[in-house]
Design a protein around this ligand. Structure first.
Ligand SMILES: C[S@@+](CC[C@H](N)C(=O)[O-])C[C@H]1O[C@@H](n2cnc3c(N)ncnc32)[C@H](O)[C@@H]1O
Length: 264
């Protein structure tokens, strides 16, 4: 992902349809609107200008405006199919005046300094390996006093991934650049953030992922296969099995991330 020209779409229409059959309308990550509400729980979004980094097919950006009162949400993503889907949906639910979607190149955020009150992101920063540059740029586009509120998929250490983790990453096949909670914290603090808080969501997602796998192997199979294809579902059942192994060991550890850009 360092060379923008080489980025190829990974979230194709078929993968979007498959993931939404598990995670819901506009969601390419687990937990639905309830998990989004937990991430923004401590923040008053009313009337705020929010950037959603890696917005995917749009359900979360729309929820930030509809359920949490954000005044304006700008959802950005590097892939065309997800942005097309998200824009369609904003129009469908009548929120296109407050929620805009924009395809961007991988790399620096294309916004002026101090232009957002809140930067939100859900399970997308995993695709950006250089956490230090990422958080310096998030800090730059935030107004003084602004918040970063995010969740992401982390690895418990920065050594070589275990054979089980390598098996999972290979099965997933997406361009993941995972890093440890310690590296995230250091990168956030080095960028200048204060009140950095990381909360391990492994205990929650470990349970949820077990249920997702049971559903995929059972009652959800036909619907997910009709939305995508039987081959996609079969492949993802294998991916979920590999993922559960590293969730059970704790090596795969989704986290919530919160940090504040100081006022002075
Ligand atoms: C797992 S999906 C999550 C989407 C959405 N946040 C959600 O939770 O439904 C990850 C998203 O990150 C996007 N992405 C990958 N690299 C990115 C980058 N450098 N900048 C912004 N988005 C990126 C992908 O295209 C994909 O839509």
């Amino acid at each position: 992902m360092t060379d923008p020209a080489q980025h190829e779409d990974e979230y194709t229409d078929e993968l979007i349809a498959f993931l939404e059959s598990i995670w819901g309308w506009g969601f390419l990550s687990p937990g639905g609107p309830e998990e989004v509400a937990r991430i923004v729980d401590a923040i008053d979004l009313a009337g705020k200008r929010v950037l959603d980094v890696g917005c995917g097919s749009g359900g979360i950006s729309l929820a930030l405006a509809r359920d949490h009162g954000a005044g304006e949400v700008v959802g950005i993503d590097v892939e065309g199919p997800v942005i097309a889907k998200a824009a369609e949906r904003a129009a469908e639910v009548g929120l296109a005046d407050r929620v805009a979607f924009q395809r961007v190149e991988p790399g620096p955020l294309p916004f002026p300094d101090a232009s957002f009150d809140v930067v939100f992101s859900k399970d997308a920063m995993i695709h950006i390996p250089d956490k230090e540059t990422l958080f310096a740029d998030v800090y730059r586009v935030l107004k003084p006093g602004g918040w970063l509120a995010a969740s992401d998929w982390l690895i418990s250490h920065d050594d070589d991934p275990s054979p089980e983790m390598k098996r999972y990453l290979e099965a997933e096949g997406l361009s993941f650049g995972m890093a440890s909670p310690e590296r995230y914290r250091r990168a956030l603090e080095a960028a200048g953030f204060q009140d950095v808080r990381l909360v391990n969501r492994n205990p929650w997602y470990r349970e949820v992922a077990r249920e997702e796998l049971a559903a995929l192997e059972g009652p959800l199979y036909e619907r997910a296969a009709a939305a995508s294809s039987p081959a996609t579902v079969d492949h993802n059942i294998e991916t979920w099995r590999a993922m559960l192994t590293v969730l059970e060991s704790g090596e795969h550890c989704p986290h919530h991330l919160h940090a504040v850009k100081p006022v002075g």
